[in-house]
Design a protein around this ligand. Structure first.
Ligand code: ATP
Length: 500
């Protein structure tokens, strides 16, 4: 609102009025000027921030889910949650409590803000954005006050525009929602977070304006557990770096309005941009256009894109990208896990990728066994075999091991220890606490090396298959379980034909 302008206008009118009545207004003018200067000085140092969070009122929100590329899983998950909000009246009749918060987690620039905006469009809600850092102040109580104002503003804005829903988007929630009592031994953060919890607990679902809070972070592990409890941010949606298909989709989106030369091969660009986020790709398309402009070309060519990749990589200081050899090793490693998993439990592989994610360069996912309280010895041995398969595959194909398997070993050791405790080792039932350290080590080694030999045998016998699928994985960057099994069958029928 124009509070400042109205105040200034009234002040000026008062001065004129007093002057007309014959009063001496000079001291008043000096006083006003001094107050103005002081306010300007404090504000320029960020010491007086208005208590009202503005939200991005001016910005028009016409983002839809179609403008977001390479995040199919996240979009589906989010839509599912939003459908529930859209059809809330039915759910309420059944006594379902309203969904109050959704947490988007993932690396920067992957489209979390876009998703929140699209969510607002999808549910016909007003959209208000704020960032966690805006709530962090030196002065006690200011952050909490801002939270209250943010919720109030959301309700007001929705009513003004005749809507009954509002989405509040809080970026970088980890700044204000870190574990309580940990930050600077400073209670201000805690008060702000408490206020957010209070506001969220106050959402009833039957008010004039229903509020949904969408928060984003790339460090969900830092959040205070109270935020993740049911009734608060009880839905989490992962927003990951896009894979090759995803990057291609995003590139297509960001070149929609740009003239492309016939030689442009976006697929090749997608292939070269492993590890790029949506924001990097947007910047890449823009850089390519700038390069074309500088050359005076009438359309953007492939070489502009290739040069732009270098520029974005230099500018963005992307994490070091894995070399070709490293990627090949990762592909072999993950394929090893997958082959053995499929061998011991057919149909168990769900995904394998060579897309960097978190600290790992690739990952392999399998369907979990039915959750059970008891595991048989065979099940545990099979699990060990799958865990050891990555490093054994590296050895079988590349002749050496790497440090990439440290995590696998840790898990394998834990499984083997469980086996010893459960009396599945050579010693049979033996109080594991009393076992001398040396014996325990020996038993661990025995259990692990028995599985290692079993896996070695299998992967040596199926070396061709391993290499074939690792190559396919490297080319596609990501294989679904289905595709993986399809390739397996293809390779098997090719081999049997050869043998005939
Ligand atoms: P941060 O965590 O840094 O706030 P973010 O995940 O919220 O990042 P956005 O602000 O949504 O990322 O994305 C920044 C810009 O990058 C967008 O405006 C868009 O141009 C582009 N972008 C990012 N992800 C995608 C995507 N999946 N599809 C299309 N464009 C994208």
């Amino acid at each position: 609102m124009y509070y400042k302008e109205i105040g200034l206008g009234l002040g000026a009118a008062l001065v004129f009025f007093l002057a007309a009545k014959g009063y001496d207004v000079v001291p008043l003018i000096f006083l006003g000027a001094a107050a103005g200067l002081l306010y300007y000085f404090l504000q320029s140092r960020g010491m007086v921030k208005s208590l009202v969070i503005k939200g991005n009122e001016e910005e028009e929100n016409n983002i839809t889910f179609a403008d977001i590329g390479g995040q199919r899983a996240a979009v589906e998950e989010l839509k599912e949650a939003l459908d529930f909000i859209k059809h809330y009246p039915q759910a309420r009749r059944l006594g379902v409590r309203p969904l109050k918060g959704i947490l988007l987690t993932g690396p920067p620039g992957t489209g979390k803000t876009l998703l929140a905006k699209a969510a607002a469009g999808y549910t016909d809600a007003v959209f208000i954005a704020a960032s966690g850092s805006e709530f962090v102040e030196m002065y006690a109580g200011v952050g909490a006050q801002r939270i209250r104002n943010l919720f109030r503003l959301a309700r007001e804005k929705a009513q003004q525009s005749g809507k009954n829903r509002a989405i509040i988007f809080i970026d970088e929630i980890d700044v204000l929602g870190g574990k309580r009592g940990k930050v600077n031994s400073h209670l201000e953060y805690d008060q702000t977070l408490n206020q957010l919890l209070v506001e969220m607990d106050g959402i009833k679902g039957d008010e004039k304006v229903n509020i949904l809070v969408i928060a984003a972070t790339n460090r969900a592990d830092l959040l205070d557990p109270a935020l993740l409890r049911p009734g608060r941010f009880d839905r989490q949606v992962r927003v990951d770096l896009p894979d090759k298909e995803g990057r291609l989709e995003i590139l297509r989106l960001h070149t929609r309005n740009k003239p492309l030369a016939p030689d442009v091969d976006l697929e090749a660009v997608a292939k070269e941009t492993l590890g790029f986020s949506g924001a990097h790709l947007e910047s890449l398309a823009n850089e390519a256009a700038i390069l074309a402009l500088r050359e005076g070309a009438s359309a953007i060519g492939q070489r502009h894109f290739m040069e732009a990749i270098e520029r974005v990589m230099l500018g963005a200081r992307l994490e070091r990208r894995p070399s070709k050899e490293e990627l090949w090793r990762v592909a072999v490693h993950e394929t090893g896990h997958a082959l053995v998993s499929e061998w011991v439990r057919p149909g168990s592989v769900t995904t394998l990728t060579v897309t960097p994610r978190g600290g790992a360069l690739g990952y392999f996912r399998q369907q979990y066994e039915e959750d059970s309280y008891l595991y048989t010895q065979e099940q545990l041995e099979d699990r060990l075999a799958v865990l050891l398969a990555g490093v054994v595959a590296e050895e079988v194909v590349l002749g050496s091991r790497s440090t990439g398997a440290a995590n696998n070993f840790e898990q394998a050791t834990r499984v083997a220890e469980t086996m010893i405790r459960a009396g599945m080792s050579r010693l049979g039932v033996a109080g594991s606490a009393e076992l001398p350290e040396e014996t325990r080590h020996e038993l661990l080694r025995e259990i692990l090396s028995r599985q290692e030999e079993r896996v070695q045998q299998y992967l040596r016998d199926h070396r061709e298959k391993l290499i074939y699928i690792a190559q396919e994985l490297l080319a596609a960057e990501r294989l679904t379980g289905e595709r993986f099994r399809q390739l397996l069958r293809k390779e098997e029928s090719a081999t049997s034909r050869q043998e005939k």
